[in-house]
Write a protein that binds this ligand. Sequence first.
Ligand code: NAD
Ligand code: WQD
Length: 335
Amino acid sequence: MKKILVTGGLGYIGSHTVVELQEAGYEVVVIDNLDNSSLEIKNRIEKISGCTLEVIVSDINNEDVLDEVFETYRFDGVIHFAAYKAVGESVENPIKYYRNNIGGLIQILAAMQKHEVSNLIFSSSCTVYGVAKELPVTENTPIQLAESPYGTTKIMGEELIQDFIQYQSIKAVLLRYFNPVGAHPSALIGELPNGVPSNLVPYITQTAAGIREQLTVHGNDYNTEDGSCIRDYIHVVDLAKAHVKALAYAETMKDKVEVFNVGTGNGTSVLEIIRAFEQQCNLKLNYRIGPRREGDVEQIFADTTKIKKALKWEADYGIEEMMYHAWMWQKNIPT
Ligand code: NAD
Ligand code: WQD
């Protein structure tokens, strides 16, 4: 049985990935400091997969713990999710982001080197493309100057990995996620937003649940069909499955590093998302049109040719299931 370390494995994308890994027959060890998660998620993962899950509650920046964990388990690969992800907070507190996202990655790379672990999957983001000059974006679309310290940590993270592994026997797959949404169909795991959500789908579900009064659509005067912004929303379970494929791919790939866009390839507007939510959940959402949000990209969606071909992966779920599962999860969030 192959052993995989999943950092941040009790978080939103991590928890769904752990389920898929266990279901695919991997032995999984999670390290998570519970900064944006809880131990209850371990029980829920176990309930879905029917497998027990080893969880080490620790910060990845604790070198001694990391060393001991790597020594004990002798991993075949690492999937590195642990990081902070709030764009706005990163503008207010960049050092916090550099420290955790870059510092944490350095700890992981150092441990992989020391303990001779050869496969790394890294969580990158479509944020590296900034305002792309061409659509859809391919993996060769130029990376732009980051628009937030969070974005900087993803660009630097990619660069750091590419630089470091040149001199090591480590191979890395960098996955650039588009907009992950939805939840596990069991409604046992999903996203746990911290405070007032800044992301669209948690804001929608919290509004429908009466936690927020009204959703504001950030602008309907963009140069798109209905005037609202366009994104490539990807169901978190599809995204999780891409990690399982990426891991298998890393073991056999010829190059030391590969980059993949992980999206559906379809662009969906904010107003289309709202309509899909209302239809799927049979609800009327209280929303208004507001001004544009500073820093928003008008539209971005992925060219998925590369991942389809190399990883033989493509998204199964559509917007309808993304909305329905997000709503089922919202109604089932542990309090
Ligand atoms: P999340 O906050 O739900 O999960 C991150 C997990 O890492 C949490 O459980 C948290 O407790 C843990 N963690 C954070 N710092 C840690 C540390 N120093 N030591 C140990 N554990 C730590 O976030 P997510 O949405 O699951 O995102 C996972 C990764 O994917 C992140 O790297 C994020 O930047 C990236 N990503 C997320 C999105 C998105 O929209 N959710 C999009 C693109 C990329
Ligand atoms: C989606 C659309 C908003 C909230 C962010 C990060 C990105 C990546 C994914 C990590 C936009 C609109 C939103 C609301 C709205 N994360 N919106 N009203 O901005 O595409 O990407 O999350 O890597 O780096 O920047 O996602 O969900 O915030 O917004 O109208 O209350 O919904 O303007 O068009 P975004 P989002």
